[in-house]
Each structure stands twice: as structure tokens, then as C-alpha cells.
Design a protein around this ligand. Structure first.
Ligand code: ADP
Ligand code: MG
Length: 787
């Protein structure tokens, strides 16, 4: 860390005077302590160290009394300048009452080389270092800002000595990565010490001229001379570079207004000064307090402009200039108090490092070039083909596409890797193929799903109805491991249903049989199929597996063949799950038997309800009989013990007789209903078995082809497709309106290839609500309600 780390370094510098108040001010030999023997409420100034008054002690970094300008520079500023050259921001600030020597310390005498102040010495050091530090290239810019009555003045502005010097557009700005800066303040590049000094003197001249022209006192303004340094390494071709700002600040006089008896313009000046110094003090207090999160920098131009030059990551040095005469003792005390507060501000200097994007690109380009060369050498040594880095040409891409197609259809064993670019292109081609295939399947399934969904909703309402009546509709579905409920929970199961089957078109003609498939749907599917064959990528997806023994297929497929062929193979290889297919079967081919089953179940359900009701009634009558018997027994016992005869007994006996008759009647009815329930159950079971066995046959014939049959189908299809090539080409070129006929063509072909026989037996008996007499299940007589 450069310069005074940890705390702001505070120095006290006394202006030489023959009337130094030795009795009030004591500088201890340690060179770091100033004692003041004065109290504000003391009436007499001679109430000094001889008068046994305890001193106010101020500890500082250094007390500069009767020291040369050179020593002041080396003790106060040198480290800050060195830090600035290394990339640390630095600030040297002089504070004190007018005439205490602030300007003398910061600028010095412009007429005497020996008495030159901190700024010219700092400039000298900067340029000496620039010459010395050959491993770095530096660029130095200067700016000189004056803040007078809260107005910003550019002392190095090209237009000087007039009111235009007050640049109206000058604003204190703050930008991330750039920090605080003054928009509109001129920055002057300098390459030599002499140029820099010229600018300094010019600025000083402008300050004096401005003072006269604008009727302002130069010591009533704050001046910030800034050296902007940028350093880049010459040795490392690094994109990193460092910047720093070295602020040399000459603050306005801090004397109190009342003391000078000022009026008019001076009062105004003093008000501004007091205000800005007061805000400076507030900012410093906030900076010194680690618990404070907010520092009020924006309250005045001075604090805002110095925001990143006070404490923080900036090497900050504070010089308290003191007029050591007794008459100024109060100002001296005030200045020292301000200095002691400044001392509490913590600093944590940090280098302002940046990355140059243009250089970063250059550096990376160079690195890439080197790597290419290295790879080229490696390729030569390994006798590998040279790697190219240019984008692949159209011809190369076409070749890669061709390879991928052949790889997918099995005619190419493997794609040899030649470069990373080629690998990317191959993957891109695979992706395209997968996406297109996905799109196609999705479109087909979506159409199917929409149609099925309508039926599904009808079915769902039926299920709800059944549920409400307490039946278990899912019995059949659950046999295939998926219930209707699970389908509700996983709609994708339904969506993924590959409904396509070989007998679909033929079944489509008869409503309520087979898998529902509308004409519109067929047309739409047909369109997508016909469109799809126009892209070569389709071919590779739709061609059979490479291991399929079929010499005919070695020739490219005709576009028109594909859709039909894809469906056959697709359905044969990826049959739908049985649970899904069963749902479709119930709606189509098996709808009749399913309907009978449903009716039977409904009757069974009703009989079940009746059975429960009768059982309850029988039990109720039984309980009443038991109760009546118990009452009669009680009466009999009373009669025996007391010899009394109760009239009520005869009545009870009559009631008991009626109850027994009712009990017998209900029991008869119960047996009858029980037999009927058994009969219904038997029919429902029979129906269910029939439905399932028919479904099994249908499923096998629809979705599962024996291997030989599959091969035969393919061969036949291909042979026939070859013959129809011309026709299909015409179909492909047909307007969409004619495509339905194309679809009919495919449907007819599909029918010829079917190998199944799915007949619905007509011998299933629906449960008769009232079984015929003589069948053993005679019509039930209505059951009279229990009274
Ligand atoms: P300020 O800027 O604080 O108002 P100046 O720097 O203008 O005060 O100083 C006022 C006068 O005192 C100047 O003439 C200056 O030369 C002189 N002076 C101040 N400090 C010293 C010093 N340490 N040695 C010699 N002369 C000084
Ligand atoms: Mg001054």
C-alpha cells in the first residue's frame, strides 16, 4: 500500500511570523503534537501554559514549523505522487484561514523556483518517474477547477477572462467504472514537465484575472488541480491498465464572517464558503463514522467533486495551515479541530485497474492464432489432415447432410470425424432430423388426440354417472395396469396414443366401429405426409432399419411411398399400450358389447340396491319381533308374581303375529332378489370376459404383426409402390382439395394388407330387467313398504 494507509494523514504547517504566540501554542519536540493553551470562554489570553491551564492537545502525522517547501513536499506529498503513478488515487488538501499559507503550500511562489509549492514539485516528480519507469507507458492529463460561490469554473478553459469562463454545462457526474468526474471540464494532455507548468501558471493567471474581472477574491474560492494519470505496461501485452487522479486542493479561507466585519459581496462569499466547508466537515464526520452508511457528498459541489478523493480507496493527506499569532488563536483552534476530525477518516487505498476491451480482443486473437499454429504442427506430426477454421462451404455442408442421411438409413457405417466444425454440422443435421420427425408425430397425435378427447369427455361423463351410482367402471381397464383415473392424472398417456392402425380407414366408414378417425383428420394427415416427402430429411427417417433384408429398398424411396409405409411400420413396431387401446376399442369396435356390459351392470347395481334395502327391512322387523316378545315375557312374569291380569297382553300377541307375517314376506323377497343379483352378476361376468377376449383378438390383429407378415407387407408395399410411382408423383403435385382421393387410395391399399378378422359375436345376452317367466328368474313382485 502506498502512502499513509489506515488513516488520513494530517499535517500542521505554521506560517512563519515574528509574533508567534508561544504562550498559547506549544509544539512538542516529538514533531507530532500541538498543544493549545486557550479556552474560548477564557477572558484573558495570558491564561496560558504559565497560568497552569491544561492544554488542548492535537496529535498529527507531522508538525511543519520553519520547514522548507522541499521538506514539506517530501513529507506530505511524495508518497501520494508515487502512489498515483502506481494507480492509486491521491489527494493533498490544504485547509485554514485566509493568509495562513494554503496557496503558498499548494502552489508556492510562482516567481521563485526554490519556493515553488506542492503542485510544481509533484509535476516534476511525475515526469521524472515517467522517464524512469520505462516498463510502462504513461499518459498524463491536467485539469484545474475552481469552485466559487457554488459555481464551477474551468481555469484551463480555452475561453478565459470573461463570464464565459463559468461554463454553464459543467456538472459533477458519477458513472460506474469511471467514478466522479466533471462534465465539461477541459482535460489537457501533457508530455513534458514544462508543458504542465505552463498550464499551471496559465491557470493561476486565469484565477487572478477572473478574480478581478468577476470581482471575486481568489482566496475565497476552492481550487482543485488534478493530474490524471494512465499507465500501461510496455512489457506485458496486457489488456489491463491502471488510472489514477492526483488532486491537489487549495480550499477557501475558513475564517469566520463576523471577525472581518465583511459586508456585501464578501458576506455572500463567506456564506458559500461556510456552507461548503460545513458540508465538507459533515462529509468527513460521516466518513469517520464506520456505522454511517450514507455520506452526504452531494450537498455541495466541493464534496461532490471530491467524493472519490476523500478517504476510501484514496491516499488522502490533509494539511492544516495555521497563522500562529495570538489574534488568530480561535481560528487556529477551529482549524486544528477540523484536522483532528479529518484524522479519523479511514483510508484503504486500492489500485484502479481496468481492462481495455480492444486490447483484450487483440490478445485473444493472438492467442487463437498461436493455438492454430500449434495445432497445425501437431497435425503435420500426426499425419492428420489439416484443420480448417473457415465456415463450412455449402458443398461441404451438403456432403455432411448426405453422410448423415446415409448413416441414418444404414448405408453408411460411420461418419468419420474430421474437424470440430464438421462435428457441429453433423449434430445440427441430426437435430434437424429429430425435430422434423417430432413435429410430424406430434401433429398426427394432436389431431388424433383432439378427436379422441371429445369421445373421452362423453365417456368421462358416463363414468361419473356410474361412479355416482357406486359401480366400479374401471374393472376392465385396471386389468391392463392403467385405470381411467390414472389416465386423468396423466393426460400425456392419452396424447401419446398411437391410434393409427392398418384397418383404420376401413373402420372409419362405419361409425361406432374401430378407432374413430374423421375424414378431415385423414385429409390433414395426408397433407402433412405429402408435404413431408418433399424434404430429403424425411426419407432418412422413414426408411426401414438398416438390417432389414430387402434389396429393393436399397434404391431411394419414392416420395409418395413413405407416409403409408411409415404408418405400417410405426404401428407394427410401436403398438399403443393395451390400456390405451382398450379405451379406443370400447368406443369403436367393441362398443356394442361394451354397451351391453354397461346395461347389465346398471341392472346389477339396481338389484344390489334393492337387496340392501330388503336386508335392512328384514332386520328391522326382526328387531321389532324380539322387542315385542320381550315385553310379553315381562307381562307374563308380573302376572305370575302379582296374580294380576293385564289386558294389554292380548294386543301384544296380535302385534307379534302381524310382525312375523311381515318378516316372512320380506325374507321371501330378499331370497328372490339375492337369486336375481347372482344371475345379473353372472351375466356381467360373461359380458366382461367376452369384451376382453374380443379386445385381445382385435389388438393382436390390429397392432401386432408376425415378423414374416411384416416383411411380406413391406415387400408387397414396396413392389406396389414402385408401380404406382408416377401416380403418386401426380398426387403430390395435386392441389390440397384433391388429396382426399389420394388418401382413399392409401386406405384401400391398407385394407388389402390387413390380416385380421374381428367380428363381434352376436350371441351376447343383455340382462333383461325382468327375466322371462320360467327361466328361473321370474319377475319380481313389488315389495310393499314396511309400515
Ligand atoms: P492563503 O492561501 O492561506 O490565503 P497564502 O498562501 O496566500 O495564504 O499566504 C499569504 C502570504 O503568506 C503569502 O504572501 C505567502 O507568501 C506567505 N506565506 C504563507 N506561508 C508561508 C511560509 N510557510 N513561508 C513563507 N511565506 C509564507
Ligand atoms: Mg490562498
Amino acid at each position: 500500500m502506498k502512502a499513509h494507509s489506515g488513516q488520513v494523514a494530517v499535517f500542521v504547517r505554521f506560517r512563519p511570523t515574528p509574533n508567534f504566540a508561544h504562550s498559547l501554542i506549544e509544539c512538542l519536540p516529538d514533531g507530532k503534537t500541538v498543544n493549545i493553551y486557550y479556552r474560548k470562554d477564557s477572558r484573558r489570553l495570558h491564561n496560558s501554559k504559565n497560568g497552569q491551564l491544561s492544554p488542548l492537545s492535537f496529535q498529527v502525522e507531522g508538525v511543519l514549523q520553519n520547514v522548507s517547501q522541499e521538506e514539506v513536499y517530501s513529507r506530505v506529498c511524495q508518497q501520494v505522487v508515487q502512489g498515483a503513478l502506481d494507480g492509486y488515487n491521491g489527494t493533498v488538501m490544504c485547509f485554514g484561514q485566509t493568509g495562513a499559507g494554503k496557496t503558498y503550500t499548494i502552489t508556492g511562489s510562482t516567481g521563485s523556483y526554490k519556493q515553488r509549492g506542492i503542485i510544481p514539485r509533484a509535476l516534476q516528480e511525475v515526469f521524472q518517474e515517467v522517464v524512469k519507469r520505462t516498463e510502462h507507458s504513461f499518459s498524463v492529463h491536467l485539469s484545474y477547477l475552481e469552485i466559487y460561490n457554488e459555481s464551477l469554473v474551468d481555469l484551463l478553459s480555452p475561453v478565459q477572462g470573461s463570464s464565459q469562463q463559468f461554463s454553464r454545462g459543467m456538472v459533477v457526474m458519477e458513472e460506474p467504472g469511471k467514478g466522479v468526474f466533471i462534465r465539461g471540464l477541459s482535460l489537457h494532455p501533457v508530455h513534458r514537465e514544462e508543458d504542465a507548468l505552463n498550464l499551471l501558471f496559465e491557470g493561476e493567471m486565469n484565477r487572478i484575472i477572473g478574480s478581478h474581472a468577476m470581482n471575486r477574491n481568489s482566496s475565497r474560492s476552492h481550487c482543485i488541480f488534478t493530474v490524471h494519470i494512465e499507465s500501461r505496461s510496455r512489457t506485458l501485452s496486457d489488456a489491463k491498465y491502471v488510472t489514477s487522479k492526483l488532486n491537489l486542493v487549495d480550499l477557501a479561507g475558513s475564517e469566520r464572517l463576523g471577525k472581518t466585519g465583511s459586508e456585501g459581496q464578501i458576506v455572500k462569499e463567506a456564506t458559500y464558503i461556510n456552507k461548503s466547508l460545513s458540508f465538507l466537515e459533515q462529509a468527513i464526520l460521516a466518513l469517520a463514522d464506520s456505522r454511517r452508511e450514507h455520506v452526504p457528498f452531494r450537498q455541495t459541489k466541493l464534496t461532490h467533486a471530491l467524493k472519490d478523493s476523500l478517504g476510501g480507496n484514496c491516499n488522502t493527506v490533509f494539511v492544516a495551515n495555521i497563522y500562529g499569532e495570538a489574534a488568530q488563536i480561535e481560528e487556529t483552534l477551529s482549524t486544528l479541530r477540523f484536522a483532528s476530525r479529518m484524522k479519523c477518516v479511514r483510508i484503504d487505498p486500492a489500485v484502479n485497474e481496468h481492462t481495455d476491451p480492444a486490447l483484450q480482443i487483440k490478445k485473444l486473437q493472438k492467442e487463437v492464432q498461436m493455438l492454430k499454429e500449434e495445432l497445425s504442427i501437431c497435425n503435420t506430426l500426426m499425419k492428420r489432415p489439416t484443420t480448417t477454421y473457415e465456415p463450412l462451404s455449402e458443398a461441404q455442408l451438403a456432403e455432411i447432410n448426405n453422410q448423415v442421411e446415409r448413416y441414418l438409413d444404414g448405408s453408411l457405417k460411420e461418419i468419420s470425424i474430421t474437424s470440430i466444425g464438421q462435428v457441429h454440422a453433423v449434430f445440427a443435421q441430426f437435430k434437424l432430423a429429430v425435430q422434423e420427425q417430432k413435429q410430424k408425430v406430434k401433429a398426427q397425435l394432436c389431431q388424433t388426440y383432439n378427436l379422441v378427447e371429445k369421445d373421452q369427455s362423453a365417456k368421462t361423463s358416463t363414468i361419473k354417472e356410474w361412479d355416482a351410482r357406486g359401480t366400479n367402471e374401471d374393472a376392465e381397464a385396471s386389468m391392463f395396469g392403467a385405470s381411467a383415473q390414472s389416465q386423468k392424472q396423466h393426460p400425456n398417456l392419452t396424447k401419446e396414443k398411437p391410434i393409427k392402425s392398418r384397418d383404420k380407414p376401413s373402420q372409419n366408414k362405419r361409425q361406432g366401429e374401430g378407432i374413430p378417425f374423421s375424414r378431415k383428420q385423414m385429409e390433414s394427415a395426408s397433407k402433412s405426409k405429402l408435404n413431408s416427402v418433399q424434404t430429403p430429411e424425411r426419407q432418412q427417417v422413414t426408411q426401414p432399419e438398416p438390417d432389414t433384408e430387402c434389396s429393393d429398398t436399397q434404391e431411394p424411396q419414392q416420395p409418395g411411398n413413405e407416409p403409408f409405409y411409415v404408418d405400417l411400420l410405426y404401428v407394427a413396431r410401436f403398438p399403443p399400450s393395451k390400456a390405451d387401446a382398450f379405451e379406443d376399442f370400447k368406443l369403436g369396435k367393441g362398443s356394442k358389447i361394451n354397451c351391453i356390459l354397461k346395461e347389465n351392470k346398471a341392472v346389477l347395481l339396481e338389484r344390489h340396491g334393492l337387496l340392501r334395502q330388503l336386508a335392512e327391512e328384514v332386520n328391522t322387523v326382526k328387531r321389532e319381533i324380539d322387542c315385542t316378545v320381550a315385553t310379553i315375557q315381562q307381562h307374563t312374569a308380573v302376572q305370575e308374581t302379582q296374580g294380576q291380569f293385564l289386558d294389554i297382553e292380548g294386543e301384544l300377541l296380535l302385534q307379534l303375529r302381524d310382525l312375523k307375517a311381515l318378516y316372512r314376506q320380506r325374507r321371501e323377497a330378499l331370497y328372490s332378489i339375492k337369486a336375481e343379483v347372482n344371475y345379473c352378476q353372472h351375466l356381467v361376468d360373461q359380458c366382461r370376459v367376452r369384451l376382453l377376449s374380443e379386445f385381445e383378438t382385435w389388438y393382436k390383429n390390429t397392432f401386432l404383426l408376425p415378423e414374416e407378415e411384416l416383411e411380406m407387407t413391406k415387400d408387397k408395399t414396396l413392389a406396389q409402390e414402385e408401380n404406382n410411382q408416377q401416380c403418386l408423383e401426380q398426387l403430390e403435385n395435386n392441389p390440397l382439395s384433391d388429396r382426399s382421393s389420394a388418401e382413399s387410395f392409401y386406405s384401400a391399399r391398407c385394407r388389402t394388407l390387413k390380416r385380421r378378422n374381428t367380428r363381434v359375436p352376436s350371441c351376447v345376452t343383455p340382462v333383461q330387467t325382468n327375466p322371462p317367466a320360467g327361466s328361473g328368474q321370474g319377475r319380481l313382485s313389488p315389495v310393499p313398504p314396511v309400515k
